[in-house]
Design a protein around this ligand. Structure first.
Ligand SMILES: *[C@@H]1O[C@H](CO)[C@@H](O)[C@H](O)[C@H]1NC(C)=O
Ligand SMILES: *[C@@H]1O[C@H](CO)[C@@H](O)[C@H](O)[C@H]1NC(C)=O
Ligand SMILES: *[C@@H]1O[C@H](CO)[C@@H](O)[C@H](O)[C@H]1NC(C)=O
Length: 414
């Protein structure tokens, strides 16, 4: 337990008040409490920059680098959907919550330096994806992106939408006019996990003094998405935030205990090394199970924007316009080791695991780093500012533009 740290458990104060979204509200409070210090202390990642090897296998790397650009304040300003879209989680509905800049969020446009990132056309998208099924697999940040896609399509679709839960999904919808399905599979770690307690008859972990924790099977996918790779035609994965959520995975009271082939991994690993193992196995699992022709994306880490302290130290995000390039480097550079430094560190693990895979990396990190103005902040309705999720309509609409752009270029080549 060399890596164990004295971190106290913080229960999210309001979590129990929202029974429909227990995990979600837990995430709001706790996984924003990414344990940066663990990352800093144990991460072996030296890759700090977003400009990494991943570009070598990005579909469009030869023609355009979509990650390199600036936000321009000239967009038409009309959100592609409004606050009446039923799928928008209350804490993300910044227009309904009267966040002062909620209506302005859509007036910013991401301009890559050497090309354009067009706003995707939802009608054309429906037409081009008849009889197609799209699965989002990941944590609440992937749900945020899923909701953006749903609301955008819903705003132009006059036909019926069937609500259902394909193969373990948390929620899913089929646009019956086009038989296009989109689904969200909830999973925090991708790998299966559950409570672990010491066995009275002893064992390897018991003899090392472990009494309670979470067993994480790095080579077993969580059941919520295990069938997703063979079901969907297009998949978008993410993980990251929960790997450093010590109010759940307390390094002392309830540490992550990694298992492989049903046996504990010895010596026990710190979370960042467990993440490497889980990613390796989960990526291999998807590569094996997905049908030929399935388009697989892995989304990079979404940045948080806590200023003046972390989420539980009164940190907030009260800006009303995007950060400058200089500010972005100041806030996120690994060298500066600031409150939100984890985003580029997480990406180091993702890039390493995805290298050589057939996944397309959906690199939303750098363009999102500018958008300190686009979180719900106090409009999230919580005791603490939410500087982790994104207002809807808002930034994840641009993530979907990038997703569709990549998707079209894959199709254009085949
Ligand atoms: C980064 O800062 C944290 C405190 O905020 C500290 O515990 C940690 O040691 C620092 N890491 C590095 C690599 O400087
Ligand atoms: C937002 O403003 C409207 C109009 O002033 C008001 O009716 C509504 O209660 C406000 N909503 C919140 C969540 O404050
Ligand atoms: C609808 O699309 C799915 C694939 O997503 C396909 O399996 C199914 O046969 C389609 N249904 C109809 C009625 O065409």
């Amino acid at each position: 337990m060399k890596y164990a740290m004295a971190t106290t458990t913080r229960e999210p104060p309001n979590a129990k008040k929202i029974p429909l979204f227990p995990l979600l509200s837990l995430l709001c409070f706790t996984s924003i409490f990414l344990i940066l210090s663990q990352f800093r202390n144990t991460s072996s990642t030296s890759s700090t920059s977003r400009s990494s090897s991943l570009r070598t296998f990005q579909i469009d790397s030869s023609s355009c680098d979509y990650t390199d650009g600036t936000w321009i304040h000239d967009a038409p300003g009309k959100p592609r959907y409004d606050n009446t879209c039923k799928e928008i989680f209350k804490g993300w509905n910044c227009i309904s919550a009267n966040k002062s800049n909620a209506q302005q969020l859509a007036t910013w446009r991401w301009k890559p330096h050497r090309c354009d990132l067009p706003q995707f056309d939802p009608l054309a998208f429906l037409e081009n994806h008849r009889h197609v099924s799209i699965g989002f697999v990941g944590d609440s940040l992937n749900r945020n992106m899923f909701v953006s896609l749903f609301c955008t399509l819903k705003s132009v679709s006059s036909g019926q939408v069937k609500k259902w839960r394909p193969v373990g999904a948390d929620r899913g919808f089929t646009f019956l006019s086009h038989n296009l399905t989109i689904a969200y599979h909830r999973t925090n770690l991708l790998a299966r996990y559950g409570r672990w307690s010491a066995n009275q008859n002893g064992g390897a972990l018991e003899s090392l003094g472990f009494k309670e924790g979470y067993r994480i099977d790095v080579d077993v996918p969580e059941s919520t998405w295990a069938q997703a790779p063979s079901f969907h035609d297009i998949l978008i994965f993410n993980t990251g935030h929960w790997w450093w959520a010590p109010s759940k995975f307390d390094p002392v009271k309830s540490p992550m205990l990694f298992f492989k082939k049903g046996q504990p991994v010895l010596p026990p690993l710190p979370p960042d090394q467990g993440l490497d193992m889980a990613l390796e196995h989960m990526i291999a699992y998807v590569e094996e199970r997905a049908r030929p022709g399935t388009v697989k994306f892995f989304r990079t880490q979404s940045p948080r924007h806590f200023e003046g302290g972390d989420w539980d130290q009164g940190g907030s995000c009260q800006r009303d316009k995007p950060l400058s390039t200089e500010q972005v480097e100041e806030v996120f550079s690994v060298k500066n080791n600031g409150t939100n430094v984890e985003v580029r560190l997480v990406n180091g693990h993702l890039y390493k695991a995805l290298k050589g895979s057939t996944f397309i990396v959906l690199d939303i990190t750098h363009l999102s780093e500018f958008r300190a103005d686009a979180h719900p902040a106090a409009a999230g309705g919580k005791k603490h500012d939410d500087c982790m999720h994104w207002c809807l309509p808002g930034l994840t609409d641009t993530w979907n533009d990038l997703f569709v752009t990549h998707l079209n270029s894959v199709k254009g080549r085949s």
